[in-house]
Design a protein around this ligand. Structure first.
Ligand code: ZN
Length: 430
């Protein structure tokens, strides 16, 4: 007799009933082949806590599944875990109260770290297997980076790559997640400080942010191209990448000229700058979600219809830039900026996936980016995690309608090392 499970909730119950030490045999509607950005219909998977034993359209060999009941997971798809290319794990994105957000940043680092650890575990339970952080000034990301270097099957933590504190100029934008250049005698000393603290990459802040009220980046850039280029050469000497927070065409221009590895946000990027990024193999992380959330929460933020309209226009132009970037061959990575105002961890990434899809990236390319290209581009030294025999049985299950649109990505069931993760009791910390 076969078991059937047509929802992730039903599958969770069936997996519990089948938990008797024998391998699990799943027949799923769709398997996502992330490196090739394609769905393979009607696939059999056999796994146990040692890893995948069989992944094929063919039924497994009889001796592998002797006495094992097949679970017919109709209407379900299996994918690798997601990787978020831009987060701030030290901050709760769902906290909308401005005073509470500020107060949270003033707590003891140990308190912020303990909370961030629970936040990361919660994000894992809903599908985020790793993230590249955009920085915090309390050592939270660095501490998580150290513990998360053990494989997720043992650590039960998503991979966290951290730059430590971001790098900005004293008194300029970024004080809540950066330490200033002026704390050190030279740019060389700034970089030496970050890498001696264990930074996985550098986060520099060459520009301010969008002045939402004015609908433009009104402040002058913080770093010029020569300074940026020095940061890049110092980081590359250590084999590390530079992520650059840059919005506004002047600061983006400096970042591209300076040769950063990734442009973060990139609002108001010009077509010729995108072409240069394609030529210089500079990746772009457009982060639609933080600006989209300003539109969603316009009332709480005190934005009137005029400002709201301006923000929507900025998002529409950003979508056009994304389409241009894809045509020009820019490597677009997907990061949510989770932790920033209104952008929750994990849910924010799923929202970013939807916004990127709506802006013109194909469904399979969105999924291939979050399941494969984000991590392979940003952590090229890590072995890829694939749904293949010999790899750990760590993956997620969601509705097979996700093949038609990422807006059907919901209620993921996360399996780590062959074991389902429980649904978090609360997601308030995200
Ligand atoms: Zn950020």
């Amino acid at each position: 007799m076969h078991n059937a499970a047509s929802s992730t909730g039903a599958l969770r119950i069936t997996l519990k009933e089948c938990d008797n030490g024998q391998p699990i045999w799943l027949r799923v509607s769709m398997l996502f082949d992330a490196p090739n950005a394609s769905f393979i219909p009607d696939t059999h998977l056999v796994y146990d806590k040692t890893g995948f034993l069989h992944v094929s359209k063919e039924t497994p060999p009889p001796d592998l599944v002797k006495g094992v009941q097949m679970i017919n997971a109709r209407e379900l798809a299996v994918l690798p875990l997601l990787f978020d290319a831009h987060t701030h794990i030290s901050m709760c994105g769902g906290e909308l109260h401005a005073d509470k957000r500020s107060a949270a940043l003033l707590r003891q680092p140990a308190t912020i770290l303990a909370e961030a650890q629970r936040r990361a575990q919660c994000a894992l339970a809903i599908g985020v297997g790793g993230m590249r952080d955009g920085g915090d000034k309390d050592g939270v990301g660095l501490a998580l980076s150290k513990t998360s270097r053990i494989p997720v099957e043992k650590s039960h933590m998503p991979l966290v790559m951290s730059p430590g504190a971001g790098i900005h100029r004293k008194g300029r934008y970024g004080g809540f997640f950066c330490s200033p250049i002026e704390d050190h005698a030279s740019l060389d000393d700034v970089v030496a400080n970050r890498f001696s603290n264990g930074a996985d990459h550098l986060k520099i802040v060459p520009t301010g942010i969008i002045n939402f009220k004015k609908g433009e980046v009104s402040a002058a850039p913080q770093l010029n191209a020569r300074e940026i280029s020095l940061f890049v050469s110092l980081a590359h000497r250590e084999g590390k990448m530079v992520m650059a927070h840059a919005s506004g065409s002047e600061g983006i221009g400096n970042s591209v000229e300076g040769g950063v590895d990734t442009v973060e946000h990139g609002y108001f990027v010009k077509p010729e700058q995108l072409e240069m990024m394609a030529d210089k193999k500079i990746a772009w992380v457009p982060t639609f979600a933080p600006v989209y959330r300003q539109v969603v929460h316009a009332d709480i933020m005190g934005w009137d219809d005029l400002v709201r309209g301006q923000l929507q226009r900025i998002l529409d132009d950003h979508a056009k830039s994304l389409q241009y970037a894809l045509r020009a061959g820019v490597r677009v990575l997907i990061g949510s900026d989770a932790g920033s105002y209104g952008v929750s961890h994990a849910f924010g990434l799923v929202e970013e996936m939807r916004l990127i899809e709506e802006s013109g990236m194909s469904t399979t390319d969105v999924l291939a980016t979050v399941c494969y290209h984000n991590i392979s581009h940003l952590a090229p030294s890590l072995p890829p995690r694939l749904i293949k025999p010999g790899h750990p049985a760590t993956f997620l299950v969601t509705s097979s309608s996700v093949a038609a649109s990422v807006k059907h990505f919901r209620d993921p069931l996360v399996i780590v090392g062959g074991q389902p993760r429980s649904v978090p009791e609360s997601t308030d910390l995200l």
